[in-house]
Design a protein around this ligand. Sequence first.
Ligand SMILES: [Zn+2]
Length: 252
Amino acid sequence: MSELAWDEYQRRLREEDAIVFVPVGAVEQHGYHLPLGTDWMMARYMARRVAAKVGGVVAEPIAYGATSQIRTGGGPHRCGTTSLNAETLIALLHDVLVGIGRHGARKIAVIDSHFENRFFLDEACHRAQDTLALRGHEARILKMLYAERINPETMAAVYRGMGDPPGLDLEHGGVLETAMMLYCHPELVDMSRMVDEARPDFPPYDVYPVNPDWVPASGCLSSGRTATREIGELLVEEFVGHVTDAVRSEFR
Ligand SMILES: [Zn+2]
């Protein structure tokens, strides 16, 4: 979107009925070996890949995301993790969606990459659709966490040879994200900085202020040591397929 002139963007919306993709991520620590922008860069990557398949336009990503939670993203306390509060995120995505819809986009796909965003993006989509409908615009909005589903065979391949796999609950900065970044943005991964730590054993509740001792020193909830580019390719291509299928079934 940002690389198009306005009239070309207008033509894509009005003549091609283009799907507009809005990636939403997070700026959040992912250990020593992955960059702070891991989530938003992966959301943008997914949006670009799917847009290329279906002929869509990718809007600027919303890089910042909802407050990092200690049991899913390592918490808000670590340097670099820079989050939006819920009201800000809801208002920001609402305004972007309304801005896109009022100019004629009838198909908008919000691509999420950060678990904590979930319900706030739902709220923003609801409100934006309401706002657009009240103003006479007929936009439909699809929202999807790109990693919402993983085939069991893929997970078996990802964890092959690991005696005690961490499971998805502890995958922050672990094998999955490390492998995907090795495939999509290898220049930003430094495998030499990986450390081996005991996995956290979280209680089934949260406390505020957060207790930093709950999270390993690196910020990762499990080790990405066994990640490879090949595992990343397997995961990413599956997710690209799932998002493409979702978009095609709702918009074509
Ligand atoms: Zn992440």
